[in-house]
Design a protein around this ligand. Sequence first.
Ligand SMILES: *Cc1c(COP(=O)(O)O)cnc(C)c1O
Length: 246
Amino acid sequence: MIFSIADKLEKVRARIQKATISAKRAPDSVQLLAVSKTRAAAELFELIEAGQTQFGENYLNEALDKQRALASLCLVQTKKEQLASVIWHFIGPIQSNKTRAIAENFAWVQSIDRAKIVQRLDAQRPVHLGPLNCCIQVNIDEEETKSGVNLAEVDLLAAEIEATPNLSLRGLMCIPDADQDEASLRASFKRMADKFAALRQRYPSVDTLSMGMSGDIEIAIECGSTMVRVGTALFGERTTETMQKQ
Ligand SMILES: *Cc1c(COP(=O)(O)O)cnc(C)c1O
């Protein structure tokens, strides 16, 4: 049987709903971010038609091309409005020469990992767009190959974001080690949830704990995720990722 992207969206929504109920959490407490890296504009268009509003992109040039391609697919007024309601999240590693385009073309940045990036995004965010929503990326399993700060470094970076006029501190994001067993994964998510709770106490704007991907949506929600980032379960396996890196 062949499932359309809209069918897959229904399935992912059902997984989120079921996990939210099992965890005895409020019905709308977990948002779905569609991770659309390597995917064509037409595929995003299908998801937008099916009611998905939040999209995450990892590679800046690819994302900008796609935003333009979508605009040319959405020429009639009703589609323009639908596209205007899409919320774009930047979730990939940030090179400092890319911060201006990120600040101008995204509503959220989830991969903040150093003060220099905070300063640049704040200086380059167009004021008329309102504050740029920011999550600090935590390298929760302290892997050499991953970006993100260690838990001990979160407070300092949070304070730097909080001190800026054009950035709004919204929470934390992590990509745990994919090779660990379920118990260690759960422990990693719990460490994130504890840090999130502490941050939330200090800063009222903090409301987002971005964790959980296609393979671990349920465990992440059980551990307190408020936003799961899902690619494969919505679009199928990626094959072209290495070609798209920039
Ligand atoms: C690719 C990616 C995802 C989605 O992963 P899937 O396993 O395809 O659901 C989530 N978050 C980040 C930061 C990613 O780069």
